[in-house]
Design a protein around this ligand. Structure first.
Ligand SMILES: Cc1cc2nc3c(=O)[nH]c(=O)nc-3n(C[C@H](O)[C@H](O)[C@H](O)COP(=O)(O)O)c2cc1C
Length: 182
């Protein structure tokens, strides 16, 4: 038997994509924000969306620079991921405070994070206010992943990325099931 849950809790049923660290830079200020709400949205061009509350400093930096980088951390970085999601860059330099190494962007001004095993550099092509969050649509202009963790998809048997189930619950996939379409 299925039970009714609050509409707000319904968001959690769709929550788990890779939990990411989004980096941005504007007028010399670099920042990191933890984000669970991201999604692929188009093949051609390759577009993704990120959803950031209007309260976040990152929303201001990305709104101005029109660029951002999505970094994918492994489960070993969970403590730092939570720290980046608890403090605002208005009060702390998260790169310095949490000992994350800032790497110069290749095609965008926003840096990437050395400790993350993959990153996607994006240029904002559109943005919309949706409720209390801003949806930024970014075109992927450059993308890198550690070779040993890539086998046409993330090799989750070698690296464990984080899924956020909601609240204080996290998980990770660790097995690939391959099935070709008939
Ligand atoms: C697990 C987790 C997931 C989060 N996902 C999002 C998200 O998708 N969008 C968002 O706006 N904030 C999200 N947050 C909250 C921000 O990371 C947090 O408010 C952060 O301190 C904002 O930093 P900033 O002001 O430096 O941008 C999340 C936090 C955690 C711990």
């Amino acid at each position: 038997m299925k039970a009714k849950i609050e509409n707000l809790k319904g968001l959690r049923l769709l929550n788990p994509g890779p939990l990411v660290l989004i980096t941005s830079k504007y007028q010399g200020k670099s920042n990191i924000v933890t984000a669970a709400w991201t999604s692929p949205v188009s093949h051609s061009p390759p577009l993704i969306s990120i959803s950031l509350s209007t309260k976040r400093l990152s929303h201001v930096l990305i709104g101005n620079s029109k660029e951002f980088t999505v970094n994918i951390p492994s489960i070993e970085l969970l403590d730092k991921v939570l720290l980046c999601g608890s403090e605002s860059g208005r009060n702390v330099d998260k790169f310095k405070a949490y000992k994350l190494k800032e790497v110069k962007g290749k095609k965008v001004v926003s840096p990437s994070i050395k400790e993350c095993f993959a990153f996607l550099e994006c240029k904002v092509i559109d943005s919309f206010l949706c409720g209390d969050h801003y949806l930024f649509i970014g075109e992927i202009v450059h993308c890198e992943i550690e070779k040993e963790y890539y086998n046409d998809c993330i090799d989750v048997e070698k690296v464990k990325f984080i899924n956020h189930l909601g609240g204080s619950c996290f998980t990770y996939p660790e097995k690939i099931v391959e099935k070709k379409r008939e």
